[in-house]
Design a binder for this molecule. Structure first.
Ligand code: NAD
Length: 497
């Protein structure tokens, strides 16, 4: 019998979690696994089990892809006019919005995400679906080419069954970013959510069935990365792979796809910098960066994790950040007063604490001591925000920690700041903070990464390509027309006159 405070859940959430086992959802119906293996998923705030989720066998993964491939070939999904497909996708977006509080609460419980932020992710998924549904209606599918002596044109068609492997930090939002362009172009999709956070994906697949998306168009397969993820990456029927997660696993997925010559998009980790010049409003900038590093407990791939601060404002900036971060309210993710929830699991908590120890052992100055946090009544995976400072060669300044930890260093000149920002093997997202917009634009263009933001961090607008380079990934173009184009194959047709 649990001794934890009773969380008040929505009746629909209670009902969803009350099933004895949750399963994959393939071809418009639950797909029970013959493996008899289940993976339990937990509330990282309370440590309580939420559900047992079945793990598919590699053969069942292949079966799921086969079903997605058949749905591509045999339903009208791929061939219906783009506006009809868009109408169905808008219907799915409507259903997501009308179930926002339910999906948001499921996501909050499963990922440890503050409930209001989880609801924001649900809205974002729906917005992304609508964006790509609309964009696809305006695509030119047939383009005539003016070529001397020939009649020639190109045309675009969807590829077929496309695979998606997702991480645990933004499960529902990333599903939206990933599958929306693929679906809008007329492909079918097979989604493998992370084993820590499979619940919202299963809910989505069931919702898609309810709103009339044809069976087999949206499929969700559950299980461990090393079995289910690996089987999906090695499948020869998939036409494209999109992987979001760590560089280590990204490499494995890329290798498997390379062997099968399947095009692959990799969205990987980061070690983003924020370059802060001496003409900023120090109080305002400190507030925004403190909010960024505590947002989803720092488990954000594109977070500002290295704060490079002009020497003239360094002490003032540090003092303000220390004071702001010391006051962050840490608590269970469903508590309305919580500003920062738990990290996703005990392993992630150990990872964050381990990096703090290692950073200090290598000589970093501890500006704000982090460490484990206690939340009354909840034994979950809570950690405090921490600030380290010192040499950028420190492991804590070079490797992705994925927790509420920022590493600070002062700079003197613009050139020095750019060199410091680029002193990383990653290349996902950086920001520059200055009242001088010409300087800000110059620095933004000099930082080597897929994304540069000015006077803000974590900015995602549908229509602006997002993605990483170097250790942060390849393929990019997420959330923009570039990715929609990836989900069409192009054929040239030519006839000599
Ligand atoms: P992870 O790489 O451990 O796992 C990601 C997914 O891969 C999970 O679904 C997992 O089950 C699966 N997987 C694991 N082993 C596999 C294998 N051998 N073959 C195929 N699939 C396998 O990453 P994580 O810990 O879930 O997520 C955190 C990482 O994701 C961080 O590095 C973060 O920066 C990155 N991330 C990047 C972006 C982006 O847009 N660039 C967004 C979110 C997260």
């Amino acid at each position: 019998m649990s001794t934890l405070p009773k969380l008040t859940l929505l009746p629909e959430v209670e009902k969803f979690l009350s099933r004895e086992r949750l399963t994959s959802f393939v071809g418009g119906q639950p797909l029970a696994s013959s493996s008899n293996n289940c993976i339990a998923t937990y509330d990282p705030g309370s440590g309580e089990k939420l559900a047992d989720v079945e793990e598919l066998t590699p053969q069942e993964v292949d079966q799921a892809v086969q079903i997605a491939d058949e749905a591509f070939k045999n339903t009208t999904w791929a061939t219906m006019p783009a506006n009809e497909r868009a109408a169905l996708l808008h219907r799915l977006a409507d259903a997501i919005e009308s179930h926002k509080s339910i999906i948001g609460q499921i996501e909050s419980l499963d990922a440890g995400k503050v409930e209001a932020q989880a609801q924001g992710d649900v809205q974002n998924c729906s917005d992304t679906l609508r964006y790509f549904a609309d964009l696809a209606q305006h695509m030119n599918h047939r383009t005539t080419l003016a070529v001397k002596g020939h009649e020639a044109w190109t045309f675009r068609k969807p590829w077929g069954a496309c695979a998606f492997i997702f991480p645990w930090n933004f499960p529902f939002l990333l599903i939206g970013w990933g599958i929306s362009p693929a679906l809008a172009a007329g492909n079918t999709v097979v989604i493998k959510p992370a084993e820590d956070t499979p619940l919202s994906a299963i809910y989505l697949a069931e919702l898609a069935k309810e709103v009339g998306i044809p069976d087999g168009v949206i499929n969700v397969i559950t299980g461990r990365g090393a079995t289910v993820g690996a089987a999906l990456s090695n499948n020869k029927v998939i036409k494209r792979m999109s992987f979001t997660g760590s560089p280590e696993v990204g490499r494995l997925v890329g290798e498997a796809c390379g062997r099968n010559l399947v095009p692959v998009k990799l969205e990987l980790g980061g070690k983003g910098a924020a370059v802060i010049f001496d003409d900023v409003d120090v109080a305002d900038t400190a507030e925004k960066l403190a909010a960024a590093i505590t947002f989803h407990t720092g488990q954000v791939c594109c977070d500002a994790t290295r704060w490079l601060v002009h020497q003239d404002i360094y002490d003032d900036f540090v003092n303000r950040c220390v004071s702001l971060l010391s006051e962050v309210k840490i608590g269970h993710q469903l508590d309305d007063s919580t500003q920062m929830g738990p990290v996703v699991n005990a392993k992630q908590r150990e990872r964050v604490l381990g990096y703090l120890e290692k950073g200090v052992a290598e000589g970093a100055e501890c500006l704000l001591t982090g460490g484990p946090a206690n939340v009354a009544g909840f034994p979950g995976n809570f950690v405090k925000p921490a600030l380290l400072a010192g040499s950028l060669d420190n492991t804590a300044a070079q490797e992705e920690i994925f927790g509420p930890v920022a590493y600070l260093a002062p700079f003197k000149t613009e050139q020095e700041a750019i060199e410091m920002a680029n002193y990383t093997t990653y290349g996902l997202a950086n920001s520059v903070w200055s009242a001088d917009l010409a300087r800000a634009a110059r620095v933004a263009e000099s930082m080597v990464a897929g994304n540069s933001w000015i006077n803000a961090h974590n900015v995602f607008a549908q229509g602006v390509p997002y993605g990483g380079i170097n250790q942060s990934g390849l393929g990019g173009g997420v959330l923009s027309v570039e990715t929609l184009l990836d989900y069409y194959r192009s054929t040239s047709v030519v006839r000599p006159l």
